[in-house]
Design a protein around this ligand. Structure first.
Ligand code: SPV
Ligand code: MN
Length: 635
């Protein structure tokens, strides 16, 4: 114990009080003390406060976030607002900063066209210099969390140091507290750690000033991430996308998966069972709306860990316990569960929305837009323009709410189950106006990995640049994959093949359009695809085998549409939605090939799938002499 204590003598007693010191010593972990010592000396906060699992400590964080102005109370009890910088500052902090998020790679190790890397020595030197004195005048919070349920084989402990009370409060909503779990580490260094600082603050509310020096550096060697001069959760919260990158590294060196998946409990009518499905979708491709389907239960909406389990299934856990959800378009009709939760008293942090008379407003909330208020540009009124003369919307398109899953009426009962839940299937979805059918089941596991690896999303008018350009988004995870893609694909292949009950894989596409650019499906049709997939995973439906995968039979969909949506699904609709668009599929295959040719040593199974699919499609073309082949031809 004395050895451990000696480690802390660098920290002035004006900076850390005896109570906080005692809380640190009680962990009996020299690694934690070393980290605290090192980064307190470097970042030089004026105060260090250690937070345990006690309610008193947790309440302290919530209060301090309001006292220092990082959050402000709203009219409904428990609701607060936080802003991540202001667009009038000339730069913004309302989304993930891909350019300044880099993996520290030791000399001679891999380079990749997809991964933003920097030489480890050089990167460390740069960020440690930026961090010198970065917490000056601020209070640094030391907190302990668990990624995944407590007492679970899946879970990884995480230590967070941050001078942002908003970051700490958000993590309290989103993750499980684990100070007591750190005691059980028995002095080991088996945990991730995250050092975050908002850096110098400016204005009221206080926001990061030096965004030009925003850096997020991922150090796989030490299982840590250093993040400075930012507040947006995707950049600042250690446990969210920063930990996902460390977990992907670990999973790919072991025998499990760390994925950008939601977890959904599917409850088919009259069958008295629940089957769990994961899903990966790029932004704005229907991830949340699938995870929140009416009549089903949500276990997670962002990040999952999967492991092979004794029962022969893969089991999956949500490493989070809350949602950091996009609030745009949340309205009472389309998102009743979320709407109910975020408009009634409970603990919620809103970020980057418009506030008028202590009430939050956002794009697509179905309410009249107030004439003025405070938003991500500061004081705002209707018609306000930015420097380029473009109208500033009343709320940021990436404005968010932070909320515990248990606050939702559709929360799944297994959220905290340390054994996770058995996985029946995986959905991969993209945004595609003219190629893939609404739902397609993979021919086998390898083909399923290929379906995930070939997700594409089309750019929309909501983003700058050309509309309709297809961007490849393997497993909707490319932003976070820190190992070579070939290794990631090999790990997926091995994982599925090690299972006795391999999950079925489905590609979904909610965005098919006809010649007149009208969507071929309604918003809720996805419920029928999901229920069909669930039935397939239990052998309830037959399917039609096509060269690109299995598609549903018309009769089954007709029944499902009637039962679940009260809709008459016509044969014409089916024929249009499920035709096999041979020429377009061949073009998609070409794009995928082009992408993967940039990567060295892509595993053989991937090219086998690609070559088989190409050959089958070419044969079809020759046989039918047509671009699009009706589904009935494959019966
Ligand atoms: C995403 O962008 O995938 C999110 C939000 O879930 S963020 O925390 O920014 O990663
Ligand atoms: Mn995400």
């Amino acid at each position: 114990m004395d050895v451990v204590k000696n480690l802390l003598i660098n920290i002035d007693s004006d900076v850390i009080d005896q109570e906080s010191l005692d809380k640190l010593y009680a962990l009996n972990n020299e690694h934690v003390l070393k980290i605290v010592n090192e980064f307190i000396s470097r970042c030089k906060p004026s105060k260090v406060t250690v937070i345990t699992d006690s309610q008193e400590d947790i309440d302290y964080v919530r209060q301090r976030a309001i006292e220092i102005g990082e959050e402000a109370k709203l009219s409904i009890d428990g609701h607060t607002i936080h802003y991540d910088a202001f667009s009038t500052m000339g730069y913004h902090d309302q989304a993930r900063d891909k350019a300044n998020t880099r993996i520290l790679v030791p000399k001679g190790e891999y380079a990749s066209p997809w991964i933003n890397t920097i030489d480890r020595d050089e990167g460390l030197k740069e960020i440690l210099e930026i961090m010198e004195g970065c917490m000056r005048g601020n209070e640094c919070i030391v907190r302990f969390f668990c990624l995944g349920p407590i007492n679970s084989k899946f879970s990884i402990l995480a230590l967070q140091l941050t001078d942002s009370l908003y970051v700490c409060h958000s993590e309290d909503i989103l993750y499980r507290k684990a100070y007591e779990e750190f005691k059980k580490l028995d002095g080991s260094n088996k945990f991730f750690y995250f050092i975050h600082s908002s850096g110098e603050l400016i204005g009221d509310p206080p926001v990061s000033k030096n965004l030009d020096k925003r850096r997020i550096y991922i150090d796989l060697k030490e299982n840590r991430v250093l993040s400075v001069n930012n507040q947006y959760a995707g950049n600042s919260l250690g446990l969210k996308k920063l930990a996902l990158r460390l977990a992907i590294n670990q999973a790919n060196n072991e025998d499990w998966l760390a994925e950008h998946y939601f977890i959904l409990g599917v409850h088919p009518k009259g069958k008295n069972r629940v089957s769990y499905f994961c899903g990966a979708y790029p932004s704005a491709c229907g991830k949340t709306s699938t995870a929140m389907l009416p009549g089903q239960t949500v276990l997670g909406d962002d990040i999952a860990y999967l492991r092979p389990w004794d029962d022969g299934y893969a089991h999956v856990v949500n490493i989070e316990r809350g949602l950091f959800g996009i609030i745009k378009d949340v309205n009472p009709e389309d998102d009743p569960y979320i709407w109910d939760a975020i408009t009634t008293p409970r603990e919620i942090i809103f970020s980057n929305v418009l506030i008028r008379e202590e009430t939050p407003y956002w794009i697509g909330d179905g309410r009249e837009v107030p004439e003025k208020g405070i938003n991500f540009s500061g004081e705002w009124q209707i018609g306000k323009k930015d420097e380029e003369g473009k109208k500033i919307p009343h709320a940021h398109p990436n404005a968010r709410y932070t909320l515990r899953i248990e606050e939702l009426k559709n929360a799944d009962e297994n959220l905290h189950n340390p054994d996770g839940v058995p996985l029946h299937g995986i959905f991969y979805g993209g945004r595609d106006s003219d190629t893939m059918p609404p739902i397609l089941e993979s021919l086998n596991w390898e083909h399923g990995v290929f379906l995930g690896a070939s997700i594409e999303s089309e750019t929309t008018s909501a983003t700058i640049g050309a509309v309709g350009v297809r961007v490849q988004q393997p497993m909707a995870n490319l932003d976070f994959i820190v190992v070579p893609l070939r290794k990631y694909l090999e790990n997926h292949q091995r994982f599925g093949n090690s299972l006795q009950h391999c999950p079925k894989v489905f590609a979904t596409n909610y965005f098919l359009k006809n010649q007149d650019c009208k969507y071929l499906n309604g918003m809720l049709d996805k419920l029928c695809w999901v229920i069909w997939a669930e039935g397939r995973s239990h052998g309830d439906y037959e399917a039609i085998k096509t060269p690109v995968g299995y598609i549903p039979k018309y009769e089954d969909l007709k029944e499902l549409f009637k039962e679940y949506l009260g809709k008459d699904y016509t044969k014409e609709e089916y024929m249009e939605q499920f035709e096999i668009r041979v020429t377009k599929l061949l073009k998609k295959l070409e794009r995928i090939e082009m992408m993967y040719r940039k990567e060295e040593n892509v595993p053989d199974f991937f090219w086998i799938v690609v070559n088989e699919e190409r050959e089958n499609l070419l044969n079809l073309k020759e046989k039918y002499q047509k671009e699009d082949i009706p589904p009935d031809e494959f019966l």
